[in-house]
Design a protein. Structure first.
Length: 175
């Protein structure tokens, strides 16, 4: 039975790498945000707006506990998931946790494209976005540092880079 949790800041490549890795390894892939959206038939921004951050984080915790019971699965968490309640300790007990680490400049380029779909980043200028990334990474470091493994995720821009990263992640996790 395998249970792998991918954590990291928004845009670190959790979904990109998680989908590719799970496909190659024959594991189920769950993006926690997508799972929440499908369960509640609402987008994350809608849920965030309706419930506020605290209400959303409570819902996210419940859904994390639900998917953490699945077996042979790769779970891509939201960037803030490890930072609330006892989520990080819980994931470490339930399976293996991998922190995907990307440089702020890489995150900026990825997030700039999709910032309007992300409630915490919508309507930020480029300068504010870069500052938010740096501040967010700093404030989340204490939680992210509890991950069992660290994995560089700057190079996930091409099929070749993704395939190479899948191979390296397989070696890191000995799978």
């Amino acid at each position: 039975m395998k249970r792998i949790f991918l954590i990291g800041y928004m845009g670190a490549g959790k979904t990109t790498l998680g989908k590719a890795f799970s496909k190659i390894k024959g594991l189920e892939f769950i993006d926690l945000d997508w799972y929440i959206e499908s369960r509640f038939h609402k987008t994350i921004p809608q849920l965030f707006s309706e419930r506020g951050e605290d209400g959303f984080r409570e819902l996210e915790k419940r859904m994390l506990h639900e998917v953490a019971d699945f077996e042979d699965v790769v779970i891509s968490t939201g960037g803030g998931t490890p930072c609330h309640f006892d989520n990080m300790d819980y994931m470490n007990k339930q399976g293996e946790t991998v922190l995907l680490e990307a440089k702020p400049e890489v995150l900026f380029n990825r997030l700039k494209i999709s910032k309007n779909q992300r409630p915490l980043l919508a309507h930020k200028s480029d300068e504010d976005l870069m500052n938010a990334i740096k501040e967010g990474m700093t404030s989340r470091a204490v939680f992210y540092s509890k991950a069992m493994f660290r994995f560089p995720s700057d190079e996930l821009e091409s099929k070749e880079q993704i395939a190479d990263s899948v191979q390296k992640l397989s070696e890191l996790l000995n799978i």
